[in-house]
Design a protein around this ligand. Structure first.
Ligand code: BTN
Length: 255
């Protein structure tokens, strides 16, 4: 199977480079893009020495967990990229759920794309983009999944797949992720499949209707999580019928 005539992706379109150690698989992907890589490249590492999280945080990256980044080049027109994080979350959710035993606690997506098991974070996703000097746009989807170990985090409760009864290795989990990402990107269809993706995202979303606080870079806002719009923006009901769309922030439940 290869890309169809509309450029939709399938399994055989992707390459995979497995490293034993790197600073950050995201940085590795950006460097390869700058060096001319054509994209559709997965880079994984058994260990990262400079793993990066959102908002400049460190992502502790000891052996045993999955550290994976997917490099895409010109994945869609810029005005359609806003929905890509939702497609990524749907793919990672699918991979995580598929390795958990029956009866495990619920696997949910926390806006925009953390994956929680029993409301504890088990995966973080860092999506970064860079305009290359030759005019191409490099987009890197970085995914860290707690498989065997759960680094402490003072900001939120954390779990790992082993604690939740899954006995997979990081490599085995990656095989599931590789397949589910190819399928979700095909459904996303360069942003044309946004309705399908938002429907899938809503079906596994955590906390719609609940009271939340969203931490923005300069302030915090509280309200009720009214869902997402078709571009993936969080809709915050701040009271008296006012809905505020939010593009980026950290969500805390029940506060
Ligand atoms: C978050 O803060 O929740 C996002 C964490 C993203 C971590 C992954 S691990 C693979 C890739 N390489 C990095 O340096 N970061 C991402």
């Amino acid at each position: 199977m290869a890309s169809d005539m509309n450029g939709r992706k399938s399994l055989s379109d992707f390459r995979h480079d497995a490293l034993s150690e790197t600073t950050s698989t995201n940085s590795e992907c950006v460097e390869r893009a700058r060096a001319g890589d054509l994209g559709n490249l997965w880079v994984t590492a058994a260990r990262q020495t400079g793993g990066r999280g959102r908002r400049g945080r460190t992502w502790v990256s000891e052996p045993g967990n999955l550290y994976a980044s997917l490099l895409l080049i010109d994945p869609a027109p810029m005005d359609r990229l806003g929905s890509l994080p939702l497609a990524v979350a749907v793919a990672v959710h699918q991979a995580v759920r598929s390795v958990l035993p029956a009866g495990a606690e619920p696997v949910e997506v926390k806006w925009p794309n953390d994956i929680l098991i029993g409301r504890k974070k088990t995966c973080g996703i860092l999506i970064e983009g860079e305009a290359l000097p030759d005019g191409r746009y490099a987009l890197v989807i970085g995914i860290g999944i707690n498989v065997a170990v759960k680094p402490d985090n003072p900001l939120y409760p954390v779990t790992c797949l082993r604690e939740q009864g899954a006995s997979v290795s990081a490599d085995e989990l990656f095989a599931h992720l590789y397949a589910s990402m190819a399928e979700a990107l095909q459904a996303w269809d360069k942003g044309r499949g946004i309705r399908e993706i938002t429907a899938r995202w809503r079906a596994v979303a955590c906390g719609i209707g609940e009271k939340i606080t969203v931490n923005l870079p300069d302030r915090s806002i509280s309200g009720h999580f009214a869902g997402i719009d078709d571009n993936g923006l969080l809709m915050l009901d701040t009271g008296s019928g006012k809905i505020m769309p939010i593009a980026a922030g950290d969500v805390f439940f029940g506060s």
